[in-house]
Design a binder for this molecule. Structure first.
Ligand code: EPU
Length: 357
């Protein structure tokens, strides 16, 4: 086990924020985690698990021991009556994994193509796009409990998935740890995900219905697209709308799309008839946060080197590149100003989507 000291994190977070880790260990096997946990010095230190760094905002140097997850491997694990179960190491790149499943002739993840980050981070925020969420294809995962060193597995119910949310984003509910993992138990900072399994449907049906996809189908005169066709469309739609983090630093959507009651929505429609809104199965209404921010005139606005992307107001970007990167403080100042202005105009509190460290 190699412990790296004073490690620059700028290339390890997709926003490109310059910060350092006091110490960092690369986790390539379960044995690496055990070695850290049983080490007399490292074992007792606070730990921060880092995946692809595509959903974090660093507001300063990281004093905890950074565990950079690099567990690799992809395989078809088993066939059940209705699904093919595939497994991938948490350190695998998400998009490469999606591409690999299609290359194996296994459709099901195509709507989630080109989402930045790693396989291990995908259940943490229950990634979703174009009508599909990770939870729709999730089977189970293996993780190490950083407090006890125990290896444990969780199924979908135990992960407590919700919109851009899971048990991994919530702090542990209790100081003591009873061995069993109740669904409601928060696991933030507690679990290091090693590998994830996905259940890909044998009777595959395309997930369509999202406006951008419907538009593509019409434009190209295709009414029964293949999984590969959808994959290609998603890649091209994302490239047109969202900044490539390799070119312009960003952390994807910065805020969650808020939900409101039908009465609140009617009130907003009364004042702003064009507000983009979607009725949800539970009777609530989801509003497009990007539209709300855009309506407040934020596109292209800047605080220091943190800015609002001019093609999608929901995405904050690093306008200073690697030479003069935005600081975490600038990003959070901009985010707070946006929250205030959306609250003042619409009475809605936007909740950040990335994890602020
Ligand atoms: N809109 C505007 N102005 C803007 C941005 C959006 O008017 O500046 C309007 C759009 O015209 C559209 C609506 O708002 O009518 C929704 O926009 P879009 O289709 O781009 O999707 P989104 O709700 O902004 C969500 C996810 C994205 C995901 C897309 C596609 C969240 C927080 N974001 O964005 O996820 O790719 O849908 O499914 O749910 C991410 O999580 O990092 C992410 C990029």
């Amino acid at each position: 086990m190699l412990v790296e000291q004073n490690v620059p994190l700028q290339s390890l977070n997709s926003f490109g924020i310059a910060a350092r880790a006091a110490s960092l260990v690369r986790v390539r096997t379960e044995g690496d985690v055990r070695a850290v946990l049983s080490d007399p010095v490292l074992g007792g230190q606070g730990k921060f698990v880092l995946g692809g760094g595509s959903n974090i905002i660093l507001t300063g140097d990281v004093k905890q021991l950074v565990l950079k997850v690099e567990t690799l491997g992809r395989r078809v694990l088993e066939q059940t009556e209705r699904h093919t179960i595939v497994e991938a190491g948490a350190g695998e790149n998400w998009h490469d994994f999606v591409t690999w499943t299609l290359d194996q002739g296994l459709p099901g993840l195509e709507n989630l193509a080109l989402i930045p980050g790693t396989v291990g981070a995908s259940p943490v925020q229950n990634i979703g796009a174009y009508g599909l969420e990770l939870q729709d294809r999730f089977d189970s995962l293996d993780a190490v409990d950083l407090a006890t060193g125990e290896l444990f597995s969780l199924d979908a119910a135990q992960c407590g998935f919700a919109y851009r949310d899971s048990v991994f984003k919530h702090p542990p509910a209790a100081a003591t740890y009873p061995g069993e993992l109740p669904r409601s138990m928060g696991l933030a900072g507690r679990a290091l995900i090693l590998r994830v399994r996905f259940a890909l449907p044998k009777a595959w049906k395309p997930v369509l219905g999202y406006l951008d996809l419907e538009r593509r189908m019409q434009e190209e005169g295709v009414n029964r697209p293949s999984a590969r066709q959808i994959y290609d469309w998603i890649v091209s739609i994302r490239r047109a709308k969202l900044p490539d983090p390799a070119v312009i630093g960003n952390a994807g959507s910065f805020f969650k799309n808020p939900t409101v009651t039908p009465e609140q929505c009617q009130d907003i429609i009364g004042r702003d008839p064009k507000v983009v809104h979607y009725p949800m199965a539970d009777g609530s209404i989801k509003l497009a946060a990007g539209w709300l921010i855009d309506a407040c005139g934020w596109k292209g606005k800047q605080v220091g080197n943190a800015a609002v992307y001019d093609k999608q107001a929901l995405v904050l970007i690093n306008r200073g590149g690697s030479e003069h990167p935005a600081t975490g403080g600038e990003v959070m100042t901009l985010a707070k100003a946006i929250q205030t202005s959306v609250y003042e105009r619409f009475g809605i509190r936007l909740e950040p989507e990335p994890v602020v460290v």
